[in-house]
Design a protein around this ligand. Structure first.
Ligand code: NDP
Ligand code: BG6
Length: 513
């Protein structure tokens, strides 16, 4: 039998051998994401020797920042945000190849300067580099940056060879179907789709990748993974944090745009998609798009499929916290939802009749993200009748994304003793216990994947559009209704009554994660 070709998803730890010489250019390099995630990711990849030998980092932004000052800022970011302490030896290697170019995102000459800067690095090395452009700015300047990458010739460098340019685009990818299509058009006018990496950092989380492995590397799940055995699926992305410091951004966004449309939909797509023919990125993304396109339009009227709410004052971690409307930067009478819950129906052979419930919110009881697959109850013929003796639960398989990444299964078990009594118990596997706790952060994986050209964990243009097609009518309905129908929930609770009612209408209850 012939060996199957080496695939980056399968051979992650040996990726550096295939990583081409690269310059990563970060647009928005003085920003929050760069400091909290991108610089620490680059540093940790360097620490693990996963970067190519010829690696350069170039920051780009409007502020004039001397190279040394940028290196100082980067070192400070590593000290503050990296999962590892700063190791002087590792950092010196990266710092020696870290520079900064100042310029406007809409200034053609600045992109010519950037091109000249990259050419000078290449001359110094005596070899060509692959350019990875990471757009980490507010979305208002995504289009000018893309356009100038095209006009300056940077996008088309080595376009037919292994060193072709790539672009990573941060969220939000549009704010509705029309704007997402518009952004896709701008991208498509400059880059070929194979050069484009739309990031959703949830796809870089360990448990999310493990979902593919659990589903398709174990024989026991797939035969049951359908409407015959699964009763419902619940996807929860709960945060205890509020919007403090990000009020301006959040007012333009809300829970549906910020979390549901992207992160939870990716979780749903990986949970519900058909087995792909291979681990090829396109094969996986084709299956994700198919299942996203099979989701039925959502009912937005009373007793429909959606619930939204804002947090009111309450208690988090034992202390009082303000309500959303009292947070800094929030408009009086704001109609921005901080919580959304939905019931999705997938109209295909595998899932017809199985509700997928999604919920996400700020200022909930605790930070926890999970996918819970609830199986149907067994026929109640044997252990039935005496509920005091036979405390039975449906089986639930749950993937805990964070914190405390792991997998658990609820099974009904005999309580030890002479009398037959049953009780649900939880069988758990924790990554930290089995593999140690210092696992790579999502951004490390994703930055490396973009460098080596593996798009598996990135979103394709048609995926983004499929999700916006579903949610744009909901956003329009909510915008039209203003605050009418907006529920509230106390900070520190598990959400509004409307979300309970949404499930109760279908004889379900939310699981306590
Ligand atoms: P920032 O608001 O920190 O902006 C990044 C940089 O962009 C700034 O340092 C500034 O650089 C430049 N910039 C800021 N405002 C403008 C403006 N109005 N016009 C032009 N340039 C501007 O953003 P973040 O770093 O928080 O986020 C960057 C991207 O990443 C966004 O798309 C965001 O949605 C996404 N993201 C962020 C996350 C986070 O945790 N921060 C999480 C997930 C995604 P300079 O002045 O030097 O040019
Ligand atoms: C971001 C959202 O995409 O994800 C934030 O913009 C949210 O509002 C964050 O807090 C949550 O990410 P994580 O990885 O901390 O769950």
């Amino acid at each position: 039998m012939m060996d199957s070709p080496r695939h980056p998803f399968l051979h992650g730890l040996s990726k550096h051998r295939g990583a081409p010489p690269t310059v990563v250019v970060i647009f928005g390099a003085s920003g929050d994401l760069t400091a909290r995630k991108l610089i620490p990711a680059v540093y940790n990849l360097a620490h693990d020797n996963l970067l190519p030998a010829d690696f350069h980092l170039v920051g780009f932004g409007r502020k004039a920042i001397p190279d040394d000052e940028f290196r100082g800022l980067a070192a400070g970011a590593i000290r503050e945000f990296s999962r590892r302490e700063l190791d002087a030896g590792v950092w010196e290697r990266v710092a020696a190849r870290t520079t900064y170019v100042a310029g406007g995102y809409d200034e053609r000459a600045a992109f010519d300067r950037l091109a000249a800067h990259i050419a000078a690095i290449e001359r110094g090395l005596g070899r060509d580099l692959q350019c990875l452009f990471y757009i980490s700015t507010p979305p208002s300047v995504f289009a000018p940056i893309l356009t100038h990458l095209g006009a300056s010739g940077l996008a088309a460098r080595h376009v037919h060879g292994p060193l072709h340019s790539k672009v990573v685009i941060e969220k939000p990818f549009g704010r509705d179907l029309v704007s997402a299509r518009g952004l896709n058009r701008v991208i498509g006018s400059v880059f070929e789709e194979r050069q484009v990496y739309r990031i959703d950092h949830y796809l870089g989380k360990e448990t999310v990748q493990d979902l593919l492995v659990q589903r398709f590397a174990n024989a026991i799940f797939e035969p049951l993974w359908n409407r015959n055995y699964i009763d419902s699926v619940q996807i929860t992305v709960a945060e205890d944090a509020g919007v403090a410091g990000r009020g301006g951004y959040y007012e333009q966004s809300g829970a549906l745009r910020d979390m549901i449309q992207n992160h939870t939909m990716q979780l749903l797509a990986l949970t519900a998609m058909e087995p792909p023919g291979s681990l090829d990125p396109e094969a996986i993304r084709d299956e994700k798009v198919k299942v996203l396109n099979a989701i039925q339009p959502l009912g937005t009227g009373p007793d429909g499929d959606v619930a939204r709410a804002q947090y009111a004052a309450g208690m988090i971690g034992g202390g009082p916290v303000r309500g959303y409307l009292e947070e800094e930067g929030i408009e009086a009478g704001s109609a921005t939802e901080t919580y959304a819950a939905l019931r999705l129906s997938i109209n295909n052979w595998r899932w017809q009749g199985v509700p997928f419930y999604l919920r996400s919110g700020k200022r909930l009881a605790r930070r926890v993200s999970e996918i819970a697959v609830n199986f149907r109850r067994p026929p109640g013929t044997l252990f039935a009748g005496e509920t005091a003796r036979f405390d039975l639960s449906g089986n639930t398989l749950s993937f805990q994304l964070q914190p405390d990444e792991g997998l658990s299964m609820i099974l009904n078990t005999k309580v030890p003793g002479l009398e037959t009594r049953t009780q649900p118990v939880k069988m758990s596997f924790r990554y930290a216990t089995t593999f140690g706790s210092n696992t790579a952060e999502a951004y490390e994986r994703l930055v490396l994947d973009a460098i080596v050209g593996d798009g598996t964990l990135f979103i394709r243009g048609d995926e983004a559009e499929a999700s916006w097609r579903l949610y744009t009518p909901v956003l329009d309905a909510w915008a039209g209704a203003g605050r009418a129908g907006m529920d509230t929930y106390s900070a520190g609770s598990w959400g509004p009554l409307g979300a309970e009612a949404l499930l109760a209408r279908h004889s379900h209850v939310w699981r306590q994660p």
